[in-house]
Design a protein around this ligand. Structure first.
Ligand SMILES: [Fe+2]
Ligand SMILES: [Fe+2]
Length: 166
């Protein structure tokens, strides 16, 4: 059985993951509006991934005999300044999520909750990937600068992102 503290943190994390999903969906909408279908696809896949993350916490709570308590998902921004600004926000967002995952891990460790620590290992690795992939796009967009050609090329490249299987 999960401690009250870990249960609450994991319930909160479901909301954070759904909030991430919602944020990326909003970014996808912006890219669709800007006629950048590749970046829109990239964000849409990110949206799908974040929903999966929420479900992993959902399932872990259920598997451990805890109660899932869904909360309101905070509203997200709908207006953005540029592709670079969006990916910078995404990168900062993933860094914040890494901190949240680390906090839950710490809690689980303090309580000798080995099953949760093992469960959270997946997220610790995933966050390395998430920070890497968003940070990489920030770097590419900086290289592209004001070049429309470069932007279209990058859009094409990001549009080739494959849906992940786990
Ligand atoms: Fe996530
Ligand atoms: Fe993420």
């Amino acid at each position: 059985m999960l401690s009250e503290r870990v249960q609450n943190a994991m319930n909160n994390q479901i909301t954070h993951e759904m909030h991430s999903a919602y944020l990326y969906l909003s970014m996808a909408a912006y890219f669709e509006d800007q006629s950048l279908p590749g970046m829109a696809r990239w964000m849409r896949l990110q949206f799908e991934e974040e929903k999966e993350h929420a479900l992993k916490f959902f399932d872990h709570l259920i598997d451990r005999g805890a109660r899932v308590k869904l909360q309101a998902i905070p509203a997200v921004e709908v207006d953005f300044a540029s592709p670079l600004q969006i990916f910078e926000k995404a990168y900062a967002h993933e860094q914040k999520v890494t901190g949240l995952i680390n906090d839950i891990y710490n809690m689980a460790r303090e309580e000798n909750d080995y099953a949760s620590m093992k469960f959270l290992d997946w997220f610790i690795e995933e966050q390395v990937e998430e920070e890497k992939s968003t940070g990489e796009v920030v770097a590419w967009l900086k290289m592209v600068g004001d070049s429309p050609n470069g932007l279209l090329h990058l859009d094409h490249r990001l549009g080739k992102r494959k849906a992940e299987e786990d």
